[in-house]
Design a protein around this ligand. Structure first.
Ligand code: ZN
Ligand code: ZN
Length: 136
């Protein structure tokens, strides 16, 4: 049981009676006086505020991080990031702040900047794509 809340209840109850006795107000207005004397702050509200502001890439809010991430990249990379909905064109996973985003030219021609020829992929995926290309 919550001891402090229990005693606060009694304190309020006593104050309620005192307000009722000493002033000649009706029940409604003395309740108003009480609310001013004891501003209600619940424990659950306090907890909620404490959790906020501790956003990390590990709390499952990957979209928040990948959208924030896309602001770090400019021009074509951020455009392709938006087009791919912030997912890797190779493995299909969302980008996180953990890994750099690479712009990959599908045909290998770095002068070909057509939209069709550009995808954004993870750094590690990029390495994998080029390794497997060299192998074949
Ligand atoms: Zn990937
Ligand atoms: Zn590439």
């Amino acid at each position: 049981m919550d001891g402090s809340r229990f005693s606060l209840y009694h304190l309020q109850n006593r104050a309620y009676k005192v307000f009722n006795k000493e002033t000649k107000q009706d029940r409604h207005s003395s309740k108003k006086l009480l609310d001013r004397a004891f501003p209600a702050v619940s424990y659950s509200e306090n907890k909620h505020v404490n959790v906020k502001g501790n956003k990390s890439p590990f709390d499952g809010d990957l979209t928040y991080w990948s959208e924030r991430n896309s602001k770090l990249y400019d021009g074509e990379t951020s455009k392709v990031l938006k087009r791919q909905n912030h997912t890797c064109g190779h493995c299909g996973l969302k980008f996180t702040s953990e890994e750099r985003v690479h712009l990959h030219h599908i045909d290998g021609n770095h002068n070909n900047w057509k939209t069709k020829n550009l995808i954004v992929i993870h750094q590690s995926c990029h390495q994998y794509v080029h390794m497997s290309k060299n192998a074949s």
